[in-house]
Design a protein. Sequence first.
Length: 81
Amino acid sequence: MRDDPSMRPSASMAMRRDVVREILKRFHMENPRIFGSVARGEDADGSDLDILVEAPLGTTLYDLAKWSLSWRRLSAAKSRC
């Protein structure tokens, strides 16, 4: 999720916090947690963004795939800006 290919993921995430929350809410994902280099404050240009979410009971693999696709589309769209 990047506005600029040279932007650190933590900066991009901070700029898009509302969009991220909307996607999580739309797919009923809860308790999002960032881990890896972003969580440690060690992310750099080219780092990825690691996110872990809790899916509610009854969530199917199809539901997870739709969330994942939506997340990837957001990431791809932001990296082209």
